[in-house]
Design a protein around this ligand. Structure first.
Ligand SMILES: CC(C)(COP(=O)(O)OP(=O)(O)OC[C@H]1O[C@@H](n2cnc3c(N)ncnc32)[C@H](O)[C@@H]1OP(=O)(O)O)[C@@H](O)C(=O)NCCC(=O)NCCS
Length: 187
C-alpha cells in the first residue's frame, strides 16, 4: 500500500528500514509512551521489523522530502470490539518530528484508507491516560471519546496504566468528509 500526503508517505515496510526503525525505536521516550520496551539493539529492531512486515498491519511513515522512515502506523485486526469490520489504530514517531502535525496527517490518511479501501465500519484508538500528545492527535482527528479503562494493563516495566479509548464510525467519517472545512482543520 502507498498513501501520499503533503509531507509524508505511508507505505509498506521493507527490510532496509532497519536502521531508521532502530534510530527512533531505541529512543527511551518513544517506547515508554507507547508501552513497549525501547529496542536495545539493531538485532531486536530487525526482529520487530520482520514481524511488522509479516503481519501486514503495520506500515512505515516516510518523510516525503528525504525518504527517511520516521515512524510507523498500524491498523490492527485485534480490537476491543470483536467484530471483523473494525480496526484499531496504533502509531509512533521519531521525536525529532514531534509537534509538527505529522501524526495527525498520518492518522487522517489511514482513516481514509480504512473506510474507503478496507471497508471498515469503525476505527478505534486508545492511549495511556497520561499520553497527552497522543490524546491531542486523536482529538484533532475527530474521534468520539468512549471512556476510560482503569488498570488497563501492566507494561514491560511494571507500570500499571489506565487507558482512554475513542472511536469513529464510517458514518461519522463520511459526515466529516462532507464538511472538509472542519475535518482535520487543526493540523
Ligand atoms: C504521540 C505522537 C505520535 C504524536 O505525534 P505528533 O506528530 O507529534 O503529533 P501532532 O504534532 O500531530 O500533534 C501533537 C499534539 O499534541 C500536543 N502535545 C504534545 N505533547 C503534549 C503534552 N505533554 N501535553 C499536552 N499536549 C501535548 C501538541 O501541542 C500537538 O497539539 P496542537 O497541534 O494542538 O499544538 C508522538 O509524540 C509519539 O510518537 N510519541 C511516542 C509514541 C506514542 O506515544 N505513540 C502513541 C501511542 S497511543
Amino acid at each position: 500500500m502507498k498513501l501520499v500526503g503533503k509531507r509524508i508517505v505511508i507505505r509498506d515496510l521493507k527490510l532496509s528500514d532497519d536502521e531508521d526503525l532502530f534510530e527512533y525505536g531505541s529512543h527511551p521516550e518513544v517506547g515508554y509512551s507507547a508501552g513497549w520496551k525501547p529496542y536495545p539493539s539493531i538485532t531486536v529492531a530487525r526482529r520487530v521489523l520482520s514481524s511488522f512486515i509479516l503481519s501486514k498491519e503495520t506500515f512505515g511513515i516516510e518523510e516525503l522530502a528525504t525518504s527517511k522512515l520516521i515512524g510507523t502506523i498500524s491498523l490492527y485486526h485485534q480490537c476491543i470490539r470483536p467484530y471483523n469490520k473494525i480496526r484499531s489504530l496504533g502509531f509512533s514517531l521519531h521525536p525529532d518530528y514531534w509537534n509538527q502535525g505529522i501524526m495527525t496527517e498520518a492518522v487522517l490518511l489511514m482513516l481514509d484508507y480504512a473506510f474507503t479501501k478496507e471497508n471498515c465500519e469503525l476505527v478505534e484508538v486508545g492511549h495511556h491516560s497520561d499520553n497527552y500528545g497522543s490524546k491531542r492527535v486523536i482529538e484533532k482527528c475527530g474521534f468520539q471519546y468512549d471512556g476510560r479503562l482503569a488498570k488497563f494493563k501492566q507494561l514491560y516495566d511494571g507500570r500499571v496504566i489506565d487507558a482512554d479509548f475513542y472511536s469513529m464510525t464510517k458514518e461519522e467519517y463520511e459526515r466529516r468528509k462532507q464538511n472538509e472545512e472542519s475535518f482535520g482543520s487543526k493540523i
